[in-house]
Design a protein around this ligand. Structure first.
Ligand code: RIB
Length: 331
C-alpha cells in the first residue's frame, strides 16, 4: 500500500504574467496589461493539478526563503499537496516571465533560481518518499543529474512519467525508465534530432527506439498519439473548448495521466481523461488557478456553447471521449 498516488519532482516558479496583443519579435518592444503574479513552475503545477483531482500528492522541489517561495508553499498546501519534500533556501525562488496573447498562446523565459539547486543528494535524502509513491513524475526545469538520480531511486513496482520540458538530449538511463515519455511536437523533434520524420507515428517509432516503454505525443487539436513498445498506436481525440490561456495546461495533462495510470487505467484511457483535464485548464487564466476538480472535468461536456450532454453516442462522466475538433489547444 502506497501513502502517495504521485510524487512530483520538479520546479516551482513565480509566474510574472503580462497579457499582450501580440508577442514581441526580436528587437521589438510592445506594451501589455498590468503585471500579475501567480504560483507556477512545471513541477509545482503538476502537483497542484493532481491534488485538485483527488490524488494523494507530494512534491519534492526547492524554493527560496522569500515571498515567492511562500506564495508557492501556500498554493501547494491550499490544494492539499504534502509539502514535506519542499526544501527552502540556497537561492531565490525561480521566476518565469510569461507573455500571453489573445489566442491564449504564451512565451516563457525561466530563471531557475532555487530549482537549479535541487541536487542529487536532495533526491537521495528523500528516499522514503520514493518508497511511499506509486507513480513518480518529473520535468526538466531542474538539473539533469537530479533527474538521473530520480530514476535511480524509483521503488520496485513504481512507475516513472517524464515530460522533458524544456527539452534537451537525455541519457539512455532516463529514457529507459519512462513509462510514458510525454512530449509535444517540439520536444519530440529536439529529442529525435535532425532525422525526425514528418508524421507523429514516425516520432513515436523513433522515440520508442530510444528506450521508453511507452510514449504519448500531444498534438494540439489533433489530440494525442499513444504508443507502447509492445502494443498498437492509438489516437486519442482532442476536446473542443474556447482557449483563453494555455499556460500550465500541459502540466495538468501530465499530472492527470500519471494519476490515472496509477489507478490502473490503460495508457489510452488515462490520456483521454488527461485531455479533458487540459481542456478545462485552457479555458481559464493562469496555471495552478486554472486546474479543475474531478467534478469539473466530468462536467466538461457542457463547456462549449452548443455542446449537448445528451448528444447520441457521447459518453458522460470522466470516461467520455468527446470526438469533435478542438478550437483551443492545451499544449
Ligand atoms: O508549463 C508552464 C510553466 O512553465 C509555468 O508555470 C512557468 O513557471 C514555466 O515553468
Amino acid at each position: 500500500m502506497y501513502d502517495y498516488d504521485l510524487l512530483v519532482v520538479g520546479s516551482a516558479n513565480a509566474d510574472l504574467v503580462i497579457g499582450v496583443e501580440r508577442r514581441p519579435a526580436a528587437g521589438e518592444t510592445v506594451l501589455g496589461s498590468d503585471l500579475t503574479v501567480h504560483p507556477g513552475g512545471k513541477g509545482a503545477n503538476q502537483a497542484v493539478a493532481a491534488a485538485r483531482l483527488g490524488a494523494r500528492t507530494v512534491l519534492l522541489a526547492r524554493v527560496g526563503d522569500d515571498a515567492y517561495g511562500r506564495l508557492l508553499l501556500d498554493s501547494q498546501r491550499a490544494a492539499g499537496v504534502d509539502t514535506v519534500g519542499v526544501l527552502v533556501g540556497g537561492a531565490p525562488t525561480g521566476v518565469a516571465l510569461i507573455t500571453v496573447d489573445p489566442s491564449g498562446d504564451n512565451s516563457i523565459v525561466v530563471s531557475p533560481g532555487a530549482n537549479g539547486r535541487l541536487m542529487p543528494e536532495d533526491v537521495r535524502a528523500a528516499g522514503s518518499l520514493f518508497q511511499a509513491s506509486r507513480v513518480v513524475s518529473a520535468q526538466l526545469e531542474i538539473p539533469l543529474e537530479t533527474v538521473v538520480e530520480v530514476v535511480r531511486n524509483l521503488a520496485d513496482g513504481s512507475r516513472f512519467v517524464l515530460n522533458p520540458s524544456p527539452p534537451r538530449p537525455l541519457p539512455r538511463e532516463v529514457l529507459a525508465a519512462c513509462d510514458p515519455l510525454i512530449v509535444n511536437e517540439h520536444e519530440a523533434r529536439v529529442l529525435i534530432g535532425s532525422g525526425a520524420g514528418p508524421e507523429p507515428e514516425d516520432w513515436a517509432r523513433d522515440l520508442l527506439a530510444m528506450g521508453p516503454s511507452s510514449v504519448v505525443i500531444t498534438l494540439g487539436e489533433q489530440g494525442a498519439l499513444v504508443a507502447q513498445r509492445a502494443g498498437a498506436r492509438v489516437r486519442v481525440p482532442s476536446v473542443r473548448v474556447e482557449a483563453v490561456d494555455t499556460t500550465g495546461a500541459g502540466d495538468s495533462f501530465t499530472a492527470a495521466l500519471a494519476w490515472r495510470l496509477g489507478r490502473g487505467e490503460s495508457l489510452a484511457e488515462a490520456a483521454a481523461y488527461a485531455a479533458r483535464v487540459g481542456a478545462v485548464a485552457v479555458t481559464r487564466h493562469g496555471a495552478q488557478e486554472s486546474f479543475p476538480t474531478a467534478e469539473e472535468v466530468a462536467a466538461l461536456c457542457c463547456a462549449f456553447p452548443g455542446d449537448n450532454p445528451r448528444t447520441p453516442g457521447r459518453k458522460s462522466g470522466s470516461e467520455g471521449l468527446p470526438g469533435e475538433p478542438s478550437r483551443g489547444e492545451f499544449q
